[in-house]
Design a protein around this ligand. Structure first.
Ligand code: SAM
Ligand code: SF4
Length: 475
């Protein structure tokens, strides 16, 4: 596997994850739904909104697909491979439908939006197709499909943010939660399908975000990650009648941070062109805003960046990294990188490797370029780097990142970090697993301390692997 998934924003280990049933839920449901999710954290957060909408209409969740009356797949279109995974998964539902006639299969999310009614033509077993802005219509669409018709709603909206819907968190560790703050994207990165599948950018009502975060905190959560394709362009103007209502991303971050010093705040994703000094100063002012920024570079070559329509140069990006290091010493930085974009030469590729070294990324998500239908790049440029070269370059990028991650962890040995405990370590219930403010996974023995998940504890790093710091509690 060449894609690294070292933090939680696009977590490979969660791909295809199904919802747990509502525990101790006394209602007798008229129907059971099963939903599994693919792609980025936004999709996983959306599935929680869908669960909430369905639950209000009397549908209960199940983790057992065979028990389900409704099977939903929340899909991703970002790379061809993501779509192939979903297509393959759909074929597995054919037998289930045969064994249990009346079972309905629904496709949600980006693939639904991209393919629209073509999905119904191409995949005969699909009964319902719903785009990311039409989830409120789901109960009606289910009814329509139950009466034997195919049901579809792929309308994109300029204002839908699901602000009033309280997501149902079913697969959560009870400590960290994603909170969606905006939808869509107005950046037209030439390789990217998101502006077409998720529509125009819109910011969610700030008060509803604060309300959701406060409620999470009151329910024992200790970390929120504010989610959007481009969080730094968050801009909420209320009803527009009063300028005092205007909330920028920096202001929103601050308001969330002020809920409690015990609530950690993270955010993703920042577009390098939009992250401001005001945001960096806000992070610096509040201990509970995590010192970690996901700052996707995509390529280290100015020529390629221009073709990608990223609107910054190599030098501009490097200056931004310098500024982060100046205002936030010790801040973790991670990136997204694409290998083998159209016309990329060996020299361009080496510029990517050198900007990785310059930026000293703690982690990266690394991909080879996958041409997506309808994108600017597909219309303008030839996908002319062979698969063999793409894969070789990606392997070199992964190797570079592995070295940088290990070096970064080695530099932390001997240092003490405040860790938020998330639960038992994967390998042993005698060890805790938690994260530092910089987003690093830290594993340490529980010893005889009376700690619980959700507690903060000081831990000194004594050793490390490429992905984990190993430490001991400091009294
Ligand atoms: N909005 C975020 C941003 O701008 O960084 C994330 C968007 S996307 C969900 C996550 C990552 O997928 C992108 O940063 C990019 O590296 C990668 N990606 C998007 N389109 C791609 C494509 N056609 N081929 C390969 N990787 C792609
Ligand atoms: Fe895609 Fe660029 Fe928008 Fe990110 S900022 S979602 S890469 S168009």
């Amino acid at each position: 596997m060449l894609e690294l998934a070292t933090d939680k924003v696009h977590d490979e280990t969660r791909q295809g994850e199904a919802f747990a049933p509502f525990l101790s839920d006394p209602i007798a449901y008229r129907k059971r739904f099963y939903i599994e999710s693919y792609g980025c954290a936004m999709n996983f957060a959306d599935s929680e909104v869908v669960a909430s909408i369905l639950n209000k209409e009397g549908f209960g969740a199940t983790r057992n697909v065979e028990e389900a009356d409704l099977i939903f797949v929340n899909t991703c279109s970002i790379r061809e491979k993501a779509e192939q995974t979903v297509r393959k998964r759909l074929t597995e539902f054919r037998k289930l439908k045969k064994n249990k006639p009346g079972t309905l299969v629904g496709v949600l999310g980006c693939m639904a939006e991209r393919l629209k009614s073509k999905f119904l033509e191409e995949e005969k077993l699909v009964d319902i197709v719903v785009g990311p802005d039409a989830y409120r219509a789901l109960p009606g669409l289910v009814e329509e499909a139950a009466s034997g018709q195919k049901a579809i709603n792929v309308l994109l909206s300029r204002d839908e943010t699901y602000a009033d819907i309280s997501p149902i968190r079913l697969n959560s560790n009870g400590i960290s939660a994603f909170v969606s703050i905006m939808r869509g994207c107005n950046n037209m990165c030439s390789f990217c399908v998101v502006p077409f599948t998720r529509g125009r950018e819109r910011s969610r009502d700030a008060d509803s975000i604060i309300h959701e975060c406060r409620e999470l905190f009151e329910n024992g959560y200790r970390e929120v990650t504010l989610l959007g394709q481009n969080v730094d362009s968050y801009y909420y103007t209320g009803d527009g009648s009063d300028h005092a209502d205007t909330v920028t991303f920096a202001r929103l971050l601050e308001r969330v941070a002020l809920i409690s010093p015990l609530l950690r705040v993270r955010f993703s994703t920042s577009h390098p062109k939009d992250i401001t000094d005001e945001v960096l100063h806000t992070i610096a002012r509040h201990d509970n805003i995590c010192k970690y920024i996901h700052l996707p570079v995509q390529s280290g070559s100015t020529r390629i960046l221009q073709m990608m329509n990223r609107t910054y140069t190599r030098e501009w990006y490097m200056a931004k990294v310098d500024r982060i290091r100046e205002l936030l010493p010790g801040c973790g930085i991670s990136s997204d990188i694409i290998a083998g974009f159209c016309t990329e030469t060996e020299e361009d590729h080496h510029e990517t490797l050198s900007i990785m070294e310059f930026s000293n990324y703690d982690y990266s998500y690394m991909f080879f370029y996958s041409e997506r239908p309808g994108t600017l790049a597909q219309r303008r440029y030839e996908d002319d780097v062979s698969e063999e070269i793409k894969k070789r370059r990606l392997a070199e990028i992964v190797e570079m990142q592995n070295r940088l991650s290990l070096e970064s962890n080695k530099k932390d040995i001997g240092k003490t970090f405040e860790i938020l405990i998330e639960g038992d370590s994967k390998k042993s219930d005698k060890d805790w697993m938690g994260r530092s403010s910089q987003g690093k996974v830290v594993v340490f023995p529980k010893e005889n301390f009376n700690l619980e998940k959700g507690d903060y504890v000081m831990v000194r790093a004594n050793d490390c692997t490429q992905g984990t710091l190993l430490g001991t509690i400091v009294e």
